[in-house]
Ligand binder design. Structure first.
Ligand code: RNT
Ligand code: ZN
Length: 420
C-alpha cells in the first residue's frame, strides 16, 4: 500500500511540476496551518457545568448516537483519537462551559484560569494550541433570549463579568502555551418576532462589549473576536449582533471578526466576504461550517464553498491573517468520526487550494481570456490531488484514504460503547 502511494505521488509530483507547482513545498507549507478544532462536537455542546443541562441560545443538536463524552477526560480521549487521524498539528477550541471544577458549584461570573489548567496541561503535553469562548447560552440568565444586550442592568453586568473572566482565562492559556488564544464572543441575543426597538439592544450590546474588552491585554496572549449571525432558532426576526453590527464593531475596536459559514442567508457565502472584510479588519476568524436549510452547523464536507473559502485564503495570500476554526455539531453519527471527517475535509480543501496552478488562471484573467480561465479551472479539478493527500497522510503518520474509519470503529467497540 505505502509503495503504491509513493509511486502515485511521484507521478502526481511530475504532473504538478509541469504546471509550475512544487508539491513537496506545498506539503511543507500546509503543515504550518493549524485548524482550531471545536470541543463541542464531542459532547453535543453540553459542557461540564451540570449533568443534563439543556442547550439553549437558538442552536440545536439532533441525534442520539451512543458514546458521547460526559467528562473532560473522556472528551480529551476522544479528541486525542480524532487528532491521531488528522494530519498536521492543530488547536483545540474550548468553551467556558467546559471548565473543570472540583469545588462547590460556581457560576459563570466566577470562572478562573485554574478551572482550565487541566486543559492547558493536556494541550501542552500534546503540542496543541488552545482557543477559548465565553459561554452566553444554556444558563438561566440567558433564558429571556438576551445576555449582553439584556434590558436589566444586573443581568447585563453578570454577562459582562463572564466576558471579562473569559478573556483573562484566554490570556492565561495564551501565555502558558506561548501562542495567542482567540477568545470568540458570540451572544444569542435576539427576538422571535417583529421587533419594535431594534436600536436599544444594539446600543446596549456595544456598550457591554466595550466593558468586556476594557482591560488591556497583550495580543501575544489573547486575541478578541466577535461573531455575527443572521438568525437563530427563536431569534428569527431579529439578531442584535448582526453582520453590520459586528463589522462596524470589529473595525472601530480593532478586534478580530468571526465569520461563520452558516450564519448568513443560504445563498450568501463567506468566501466572497473574506477579501472585502480584510480591507478593513486586521484579522479574521472563520467558523467553517455547513449550513443546511435552518441548520447552520452540519459536519463540514468537501463542498464547492469549502473549496472557495480555502482558495480565497491561498489565492489572496491571507493565511497569515485568518484563524481557521471549525463549528459544527452532529449527534446522529459517531462524534469522533464527525471531527475527523470535518477536519480532514478542511485540510483537504486547503491542500487543493495550495496545489492550484493559480498563476496560469491569473494570467488568463488579467489578459481578459475568460474562456481560458474557465477551461483551466475545470481541468484543475481532475489533477491528481488525492495522490498528494495520501502521501501527506503517510508522511504525517496518519491513515491515508478511508483507512481511518476502521480505527474509529475499533474505538467505538472498545471505548465508546462501554460508556453508560
Ligand atoms: C452559534 C455560533 C457559535 C456556537 C459555538 C458553540 O450560532 O456559531 O459559534 O456554535 O459558540
Ligand atoms: Zn460559530
Amino acid at each position: 500500500m505505502s509503495d503504491s502511494i509513493h509511486n502515485s505521488y511521484a507521478l502526481a509530483k511530475e504532473q504538478y511540476a509541469a504546471l509550475g507547482v512544487d508539491t513537496d513545498k506545498v506539503i511543507e507549507r500546509i503543515q504550518e496551518v493549524a485548524i482550531s478544532v471545536h470541543c463541542w462536537q464531542g459532547d453535543d455542546v453540553s459542557g461540564f457545568e451540570r449533568a443534563g443541562q439543556e442547550l439553549t441560545g437558538g442552536i440545536a443538536v439532533t441525534g442520539n448516537y451512543p458514546g458521547k463524552a460526559s467528562t473532560p477526560d473522556q472528551l480529551r480521549d476522544d479528541a486525542e483519537k480524532a487528532f491521531s487521524l488528522i494530519p498536521g498539528k492543530h488547536r483545540f477550541n474550548l468553551h467556558a462551559s467546559y471548565l473543570e471544577n472540583n469545588g462547590p458549584p460556581l457560576d459563570r461570573d466566577e470562572v478562573e484560569p485554574a478551572h482550565f489548567q487541566g486543559w492547558i496541561d493536556w494541550a501542552k503535553q500534546h503540542g496543541l494550541g488552545l482557543d477559548f469562548n465565553p459561554t452566553f447560552y444554556s444558563h438561566p440568565k440567558s433564558d429571556d433570549g438576551f445576555t449582553l444586550a439584556h434590558p436589566d442592568p444586573a443581568i447585563r453586568q453578570f454577562w459582562i463579568d463572564h466576558g471579562v473572566r473569559s478573556r483573562q482565562i484566554s490570556a492565561a492559556i495564551g501565555e502558558q502555551l506561548g501562542s495567542p488564544s482567540v477568545n470568540n464572543i458570540w451572544v444569542p441575543d435576539g427576538m422571535k418576532d417583529m421587533t419594535v426597538d431594534r436600536k436599544g439592544p444594539r446600543e446596549r450590546l456595544a456598550e457591554s462589549l466595550d466593558a468586556v474588552l476594557a482591560e488591556p491585554i497583550d495580543k501575544q496572549f489573547n486575541l478578541d473576536a466577535v461573531e455575527c449571525k443572521l438568525f437563530g432558532l427563536g431569534s428569527e426576526s431579529y439578531v442584535v449582533g448582526s453582520h453590520e453590527f459586528y463589522l462596524g464593531y470589529a473595525i472601530t475596536r480593532q478586534t478580530v471578526l468571526c465569520l461563520d459559514a452558516g450564519h448568513f442567508h443560504p445563498t450568501e457565502v463567506i468566501s466572497d466576504k473574506i477579501s472585502s472584510v480584510l480591507l478593513w479588519v486586521e484579522q479574521l476568524l472563520l467558523h467553517v461550517s455547513r449550513g443546511i436549510r435552518w441548520d447552520s452547523d452540519h459536519v463540514v464536507t468537501l463542498t464547492d464553498e469549502l473549496q472557495a473559502i480555502m482558495q480565497e485564503l491561498v489565492r489572496g495570500d491571507n493565511l497569515g491573517r485568518v484563524h481557521l476554526g471549525l463549528d459544527f455539531f452532529d449527534a446522529s453519527i459517531n462524534r469522533v468520526a464527525a471531527w475527523v471527517i470535518g477536519t480532514r475535509c478542511a485540510i483537504k480543501a486547503l491542500l487543493m487550494a495550495m496545489l492550484e496552478p493559480t498563476n496560469m488562471v491569473r494570467d488568463c484573467e488579467q489578459n481578459g481570456d475568460f474562456t481560458g480561465r474557465l477551461a483551466l479551472l475545470e481541468e484543475f479539478k481532475t489533477l491528481p490531488f488525492g495522490a498528494v493527500w495520501d502521501y501527506y497522510c503517510l508522511q504525517t503518520e496518519v491513515p491515508p484514504g478511508g483507512r481511518w474509519l476502521e480505527d474509529i470503529r475499533q474505538y467505538e467497540r472498545t471505548v465508546l460503547s462501554l460508556r453508560g
